[in-house]
Design a protein around this ligand. Structure first.
Ligand SMILES: N[C@@H](CCC(=O)N[C@@H](CS)C(=O)NCC(=O)O)C(=O)O
Ligand SMILES: [Fe+2]
Length: 432
């Protein structure tokens, strides 16, 4: 085993064998990071065997599969977090060790501990060619829309703050208001984390946007409007979703004119976030009201495409339609190949760390529900999969809040708020 020590916290190496893991533990390492996707070559052990070997050797284990072409900031942050969370020294590997060191070097530059111009020389000192890290950083720093994703592990949702470095204006997209259905408790932990980021980076909130009325979590749009005064917005078709759910909840007082938001966007409408141009694309299918926000070179595609290894969003909620989703996905894939795509959920395929950024080119080449698939095949596959999926556990809690722009029900005479829960309103349950 040839191990390259980078610091007291981190060493990198080429692919170890599963039988080497005990020796790594004996050398004092406490965590292994595997930065290599499965299936690169037949001889590699793969994440399941590595996780098992790590478990036997009492090593922590993180699976952060990356390729040079598809690397994102989320991978870099996941790499940093695994090192922070490790009790002791970490050994990171890929095939040669290059991607492991690349993840480290990019993090050092993003956090200001290394200059972009020092990366190549830093790599060479360790005998590793980091030209790819240098290229990634050059592209990263040339982008005008700065996108920060915040993953909520409870709901596997990604919330975004997208900002304009020139003016400090930003938009918040799909913020989560926390809800523990077991205790009936609400909290603003996620939303406050977004506000901390906005304060720390001296940003001003220009817009609070939702891509659709979410079925698995409460929107924090209303809470954030109260905190920042910024206007809220959603797609104009939300009025149709309001009508659907007004019936389901038998809720005559619900206003179904979208007046709960400051602005309802129609197809192709444009607006500004500082000097950034933003455009709204209608993207129905997952819900009737879904929209994609195209901001600079970044498209917030919510629940249309997930990461390429995870496929697409379901279409079986009231108002969902697989044919419409297919068409909406076609519109997204007609954007330029290098467009950055930011998804709304990540269910961590294969146990990897959360990821949320891809490109049009990557999705076209490898999305497991889309690449090489016809519309009919997609609709068949989507419909079959939807039949197997239980309803999201918060769907009936969430929609009555989200069709009101994230407002909780008004308090009753005792000062408490109550949710309404219709029985047998969504078809059969899942009993296994
Ligand atoms: N287990 C999750 C499921 C959430 C869910 O259904 N998510 C939607 C997006 S809102 C989806 O498209 N899921 C696709 C899938 O689970 O394959 C929950 O109960 O909240
Ligand atoms: Fe959704």
């Amino acid at each position: 085993m040839s191990i390259t020590k980078i610091s007291n916290r981190l060493s990198v190496m080429a692919q170890p064998k599963a039988v080497d893991f005990q020796a790594l533990a004996d050398l004092g390492f406490t965590t292994v990071i595997n930065a290599r996707p499965d299936g690169e070559e037949p001889s590699q052990p793969g994440t399941n065997a590595e996780a098992a070997a790590a478990g036997q050797a009492k090593l922590g284990y993180a699976f952060i599969p990356v390729t040079v072409a598809t690397l994102t900031e989320a991978d870099v942050r996941a790499f940093q977090r695994s090192i922070e969370q490790s009790d002791g020294p970490v050994i990171a590997h890929c095939k040669s060790g290059m991607r492991a060191l690349l993840l480290h070097a990019i993090g050092e530059v993003l956090d200001g501990r290394m200059e972009p111009g020092e990366v190549i020389a830093f790599g060479l000192r360790h005998g590793i060619d980091l030209a790819a890290a240098s290229r990634w950083l050059a592209t990263h720093f040339s982008r005008r829309a700065v996108v920060k994703g915040f993953f909520d592990a409870r709901t596997s949702s990604i919330q975004y703050v997208v900002s304009d470095p020139e003016t400090g204006q930003c938009a918040i997209i799909d913020p989560v208001f926390d809800f523990d259905e077991r205790a009936g408790a609400t909290a603003s932990l996620n939303a406050d984390m977004l506000l901390d980021y906005i304060r720390d980076n001296r940003l001003t909130v220009a817009w609070i946007l939702d891509t659709h009325p979410h079925a698995d979590h409460f929107s924090a749009a209303h809470y954030l409007k109260q905190k920042t005064g910024a206007p809220t917005a959603i797609g104009e078709k939300v009025v149709k979703v309001q009508r659907l759910w007004k019936e389901i909840y038998n809720w005559p007082e619900l206003a179904t004119d979208g007046s709960q938001w400051d602005r309802l966007f129609s197809a192709n409408e444009t607006f500004k976030i500082g000097s950034l141009e933003a455009k709204v694309m209608l993207a129905p299918g997952h819900t009737l009201a879904s929209v994609t926000y195209l901001i600079g070179d970044a498209a917030f595609i919510h629940d249309t495409l997930f990461m390429p290894d995870s496929g697409t969003a379901r279409t079986d909620f009231p108002g969902g339609d697989p044919h419409l989703l297919w068409r909406s996905i076609r519109d997204i894939l007609a954007l330029p190949d290098e467009t950055r795509l930011f998804t709304g959920h990540d269910y961590q395929a294969g146990g990897r760390t959360p990821r949320w950024e891809s490109t049009v080119a990557e999705q076209k080449a490898s999305n497991i529900h889309i690449a090489g698939v016809t519309e009919e095949e997609f609709v068949a596959l989507r419909t079959a999969r939807d039949k197997m999926l239980p309803m999201p556990k918060l769907i009936l809690h969430a929609l009555q809040v989200n069709v009101q722009g994230g407002r909780l029900p008004e308090p009753e005479s005792d000062g408490k708020r109550y949710l309404k829960y219709p029985l047998n309103a969504l078809g059969g349950g899942s009993w296994t």
